[in-house]
Design a binder for this molecule. Structure first.
Ligand SMILES: C[S@@+](CC[C@H](N)C(=O)[O-])C[C@H]1O[C@@H](n2cnc3c(N)ncnc32)[C@H](O)[C@@H]1O
Length: 340
């Protein structure tokens, strides 16, 4: 499994260093300066680059190394401290890198899903593939602040709901209320156990240093989910979709959705087969992913849009909105074909 494509074809060490340099500038520089500093430091540290190059390419991922160090030893205050800890504890760090994978569960993504889900006829039967701990299966339990409108939970759980702030442009149709969810079920290769302390610490370690509001939102969503845990079944979206969908009630609109998942399915034919399987079910298909991995979508976009790092929100394969990858913003497209 990989959501990470190491750049180039050259020697492994050069590719590792290039990947960390790229990640520092393109992914992290704006949103977490400390994360970017760790990445730059790794790229310059020959010993560490050589150790990483000995691992399978899927394990070179900056997110994975940095989360492993923070999971074991907390957040090093500087890039030098990061290198020192990693050097001094390489066997333990490599052990976590090899046994875990990036499973960032970002409940704030519900803020960008909600405007689209609310346009579908309710009640909804939500089936999330690549659900991690299942926090995105609970959009009706959270509250949202879109600036010009707020939305409260329709199913409060007795604990304070997280409030996700999302900058929605004027074109985004904001719902008057939250969803009615009749059924919810997740599918994941490695479901994260909500009651396992290590699982929760791993999810927290995957939030980049300095992103305090993301961490606060994650912890609040975990509290909500522990009150009434969504069911997440172990399985593979390439094989187990029909088995899980069979449990959905017939009198609700079945919505198969995924956010930040399809990049882990590296074979485009397998991604296309998944899209065909959703269509064959007669379900609505909501994808919130980088555009390059959504089957059938890149051809519909202008060349310069195909490799954007924003997410594209699609309904049944039709682009509906550009969204921030962590749920902080949504920009509705002028002609959201098929979004009703
Ligand atoms: C980056 S996380 C995203 C989690 C959640 N969708 C979110 O947006 O917060 C990707 C998840 O997809 C899961 N995954 C990757 N490949 C999968 C597959 N073939 N079948 C099911 N789950 C998969 C991983 O285990 C991981 O939990």
């Amino acid at each position: 499994m990989t959501a990470f494509a190491p750049p180039g074809d050259g020697p492994a060490r050069d590719r590792v260093a290039a990947a960390y340099r790229w990640y520092a500038e393109m992914e992290a520089a704006r949103s977490s300066p400390l994360f970017a500093a760790y990445c730059r430091a790794v790229a310059h540290e020959r010993w560490l680059v050589a150790r990483l190059a000995e691992l399978p390419p899927a394990k070179w991922q900056p997110n994975l190394l940095i989360a492993a160090v923070r999971f074991l030893y907390g957040t090093p205050p500087t890039a030098d401290a990061f290198l020192e800890i990693t050097h001094g504890h390489w066997d333990a760090v490599a052990g976590v890198v090899m046994t875990r994978s990036t499973q960032t569960n970002e409940p704030a993504r519900c803020a960008t899903l909600l405007p689209l889900l609310a346009r579908l006829p309710g009640p909804l039967a939500l089936l999330e593939v690549g659900a991690s701990a299942g926090l995105c299966l609970l959009p009706d339990r959270y509250s949202y602040d879109y600036g010009r409108a707020t939305v409260a939970p329709s199913r409060p759980t007795g604990v304070t709901a997280p409030r996700f702030v999302c900058a929605a442009d004027e074109a985004t149709p904001l719902p008057a209320g939250n969803l009615t969810v009749a059924w919810r079920h997740g599918l994941d290769l490695h479901p994260v156990d909500l009651h396992d302390d290590a699982g929760q610490r791993w999810l927290e370690a995957l939030v980049w240093p300095g992103q305090t509001s993301r961490l606060v939102g994650l912890r609040a969503a975990l509290e909500v989910a522990r009150r009434d845990p969504p069911t997440v079944t172990r399985g593979d979206l390439r094989r187990d979709l029909l088995r899980v969908a069979a449990g959905a009630p017939a009198d609700a609109t079945l919505v198969v959705f995924h956010t930040a998942v399809l990049a882990y399915v590296s074979d485009p034919d397998e991604r296309a087969a998944f899209a065909d399987a959703v269509a064959a079910l007669g379900a609505r298909w909501v994808a919130n992913e980088r555009p390059s991995v959504i089957p059938g979508v890149p051809d519909r976009l202008a060349r310069d849009e195909r490799h954007r790092t924003d997410f594209l929100l699609c309904l049944d394969g039709q682009p509906v909105a550009w969204t921030d990858g962590h749920g902080a913003a949504i920009r509705w497209l002028p002609d959201p074909a098929g979004s009703g």
